[in-house]
Design a protein. Structure first.
Length: 116
């Protein structure tokens, strides 16, 4: 999947609508279309990076920003104290279906561990 046929790049360009919860020059966060928990938000870089395997050393700060953005949204959604989970799925065994890295932020209910 390249930038030209990437669904999340289309969401960034607002060609596909989404419920945006945060946006700046570098990152965007929006509600997952098929939520797995009461709070299920995806935090993505505006730059197209297919998987975590493709993250360059020069992009480490951007990855950290995705995590910090998730923490700020968790606070905003008032799940920071009850707890939440942040996940990157990478490739087939983890069930990655969209090949533009996205950090899942899940919370609002008791989450089971280990995940399936
Ligand atoms: P993955 O399995 O790749 O880690 O997760 C992809 C996530 O993207 C899924 O949770 C799925 O529901 C979500 N998703 C897929 N297409 C769309 C879309 O067009 N809009 C939104 N908001 N979420 C999407
Ligand atoms: Zn993309």
């Amino acid at each position: 999947m390249t930038e030209t046929n990437c669904i999340f790049c289309s969401i960034i360009k607002k060609e596909i609508p989404s419920k945006i919860v945060y946006e700046d020059e570098e990152v965007m966060a929006f509600e997952d279309i098929n939520p797995a928990a009461p709070v299920h938000i995806l935090i993505i870089p505006k730059q197209h990076i297919a998987t975590l395997n493709d993250l360059k050393e020069t992009e480490e700060k951007l990855a950290g920003k995705l995590l910090k953005t998730a923490a700020l949204i968790a606070k905003d959604k008032k799940i920071d104290q009850t707890g939440y989970r942040t996940i990157f799925n990478t490739n087939a065994n983890a069930g990655q279906v969209v090949f533009h890295i996205h950090l899942h932020l899940l919370g609002g209910r008791k989450l089971t561990w280990p995940p399936g």
